[in-house]
Design a protein. Structure first.
Length: 328
């Protein structure tokens, strides 16, 4: 192994063209970490926000983008006993996934599910950690409840549809085209609402309201979401594509016993992320290994074409996950 590696860096805040190939020193695993030789890296919205200068990495994280990857453990740091060189894993990363090598906490690594390739496995950590922690751990989704997922054809959306159905919920989604709506119903959504043609508030209220809404849109969706919720419903916010500021009548929360909550994954402690990983290992990984659920793949780009991958993601024409092929 050489001392340097190919990597994609953000040359300055801006559009996809700000992503450029460079060479960086290969990181060394710290206490509790492993070093991965990256096969594939997932492409996610937070990467684009970081590239645009709107989502700074934590002080201890790499400045390189990339929050998930699959690969082989090639070095083990002090204090790691449950992983060894040669293990193949997918991992949630603090950053640095757009590179040939990345260091990450061993407790944030999960085995490649049986029968799954490295390309598909690279798509699992960011969306599965996010959906599981927000929908199930924070939102408390239960069998039989009605869940509305905005952006149903996104990586988060396709994951939420499958997990919701797998655990007995009735899943409704919004999407922006008939093609995307069909992809969602093919995955198991009970009803997909083309938001360009129909009002999700009316559709869900006709069903009795949503017990849980997973929203990444924000903006004027927030008061509409509150109208959509059933009594004792929960609104779980994970992003704000249309902005975080809006006027809300909080009397509605009191009289209908609503809950508003949400989280971002990256700033959480290593211990919190390790807890999510353990729950996924026990509750979700058997479903992946059995082929009952799996990532929806959109496209793959070479590492050098990271800017093209970002352009596709920001066009919102994709269905499912986009990955970078780093080591293959």
């Amino acid at each position: 192994m050489t001392n340097t590696m190919r990597a994609i860096e953000i040359t300055k805040p801006g559009g996809p063209e700000a992503l450029q190939l460079t060479r960086r020193p290969v990181p060394e695993p710290a206490h509790g970490q492993v070093l991965l030789k990256v096969a594939y890296a997932g492409v996610n919205r937070p990467d684009a926000l970081q590239r645009a200068g709107m989502y700074a990495p934590p002080p201890t994280a790499s400045d390189l983008p990339g929050l998930e990857a699959s690969g082989e453990v090639i070095a083990v740091g002090p204090g790691v006993s449950d992983l060894a060189e040669g293990d193949q894993v997918c991992a949630l990363l603090p950053g640095g996934g757009y590179a040939e090598y990345v260091a990450t906490p061993a407790a944030h690594c999960l085995p490649i599910p049986k029968g799954m390739g490295m390309k598909e496995a690279a798509c699992l950590p960011e969306t599965f950690f996010t959906v599981w922690s927000n929908v199930f751990m924070r939102g408390g989704l239960k069998a039989g409840e009605r869940m509305l997922v905005h952006g149903g054809s996104s990586g988060i959306g396709t994951t939420a549809i499958q997990l919701g159905r797998a655990f007995g919920a009735r899943v409704f989604v919004t999407a922006g085209s008939d093609e995307k709506c069909k992809a969602c119903t093919d995955l198991g959504a009970e009803k997909a609402i083309n938001y360009r043609e129909d009002d999700f508030v009316d559709v869900l209220r006709a069903e009795g309201g949503a017990d849980l809404i997973l929203d990444m849109v924000g903006g004027d969706y927030i008061p509409r979401n509150l109208k959509t919720l059933a009594e004792d419903g929960r609104l779980v916010q994970i992003a704000f594509l249309q902005g975080p500021k809006v006027e809300v009548n909080f009397a509605m929360l009191m009289t209908r016993r609503l809950t508003m909550t949400g989280s971002t994954l990256r700033p959480q402690s290593d211990l919190a992320k390790a807890g999510i990983a353990q729950e996924l290992r026990e509750a979700v990984w058997p479903l992946l290994s059995a082929g009952q659920i799996g990532p929806v793949m959109d496209s793959s780009f070479d590492l050098e074409a990271a800017s093209d991958a970002h352009a596709r993601m920001e066009s919102s024409s994709h269905i499912g996950k986009i990955v970078l092929e780093v080591g293959g």
